[in-house]
Design a protein around this ligand. Structure first.
Ligand SMILES: [Zn+2]
Length: 283
């Protein structure tokens, strides 16, 4: 699933590609992925594209919003009138290499200068049409973004302690406490902090919490700089693959040597998700 750096990368590319264009038509081929009345947004102009947690928000000229969540295998692919394809999200399945629309294209936006296709192999992704209050309700349950001023160390400690009996990796991924961190970046943050993902929050000292907190922003910022990961479920909006995984220390590197100490990276299951860690560097 794309996390904060991947969705941020898509946001930046789409802002350059489609802002200012009008939504002339929306073809909904599968209403499971589309919530709202398409007529509410036809003729509206895309004014701005924002990100909140792992979701993309299109702000429209008529006061409405389109909210997108790519979930596991969702992909946004923009085919401009000069046929320059740009894509974000997705999956390695060869169907994603086919020119859309194809069997996994579920929603098609006709814009002034091209088409935007919402493709999804597993159909967990969705698009919602919301007004301002609906959008507020949708994001109300999310914790702060890590670059917001309210995301302070004091907030972080209070938030973590609300889940004191839970493993630290799981709590970092809790969207109601901190927005945007998932499986990849929780592993990377904890490696940098030298903390095992299986530790319970209540076992962490104040100074250990401080080191975790201090590594959150740098890890996410480095990933954004490299366009996110190139894992199977993600492609950058210009079709290229993000190269962050070359910089990843532990994520999906189980059975490979630690880049710091050469100890073999291990994998464990934490609350149903894979955790990757160095048993020597992390305590
Ligand atoms: Zn190590």
């Amino acid at each position: 699933m794309p996390e904060l750096p991947e969705v941020e990368t898509i946001k930046r590319s789409l802002n350059k590609a489609i802002v200012g264009q009008t939504i002339n038509d929306i073809e909904v081929r599968d209403y499971k992925l589309f919530r709202g009345k398409r007529h509410d947004v036809l003729g509206a102009k895309i004014e701005e594209i924002e990100r909140r947690a792992k979701m993309l928000i299109w702000k429209l000229s008529n006061g409405k919003y389109l909210l997108f969540h790519l979930k596991m295998t969702g992909q946004m692919l923009y085919d401009s009138e000069d046929h320059k394809l740009i894509a974000g999200g997705g999956h390695p399945d060869s169907v994603y290499l086919k020119k859309p629309p194809h069997e996994f294209t579920h929603i098609i936006f006709t814009l002034d200068k091209g088409h935007l296709y919402f493709n999804d192999l597993r159909k967990f992704g969705w698009i919602k049409i919301l007004d301002e209050n609906g959008l507020k309700d949708e994001v109300a349950k999310l914790g702060p973004e890590v670059d917001w001023p309210e995301f302070t160390f004091k907030y972080f400690v209070t938030a973590m302690n609300r889940k004191a009996k839970t493993k630290v990796k799981t709590v970092l991924m809790e969207q109601s406490l901190i927005a945007g961190i998932g499986n990849i970046y929780s592993d990377e943050i904890l490696f940098k902090a030298k903390i095992l993902p299986t530790r319970l929050v209540r076992e962490l000292s104040q100074s250990e919490l401080r080191v975790i907190f201090d590594n959150i922003k740098p890890v996410l910022e480095l990933a954004i700089k490299h366009g996110g990961t190139s894992l199977k479920d993600y492609r950058q909006l210009d079709g290229s693959q993000g190269d962050y995984l070359h910089f990843a220390n532990v994520y999906h590197r189980n059975d490979q040597p630690c880049k710091v100490c050469k100890t073999t990276i291990e994998r464990a299951v934490v609350n149903g998700r894979s955790a990757h860690f160095c048993p020597n560097c992390q305590k």
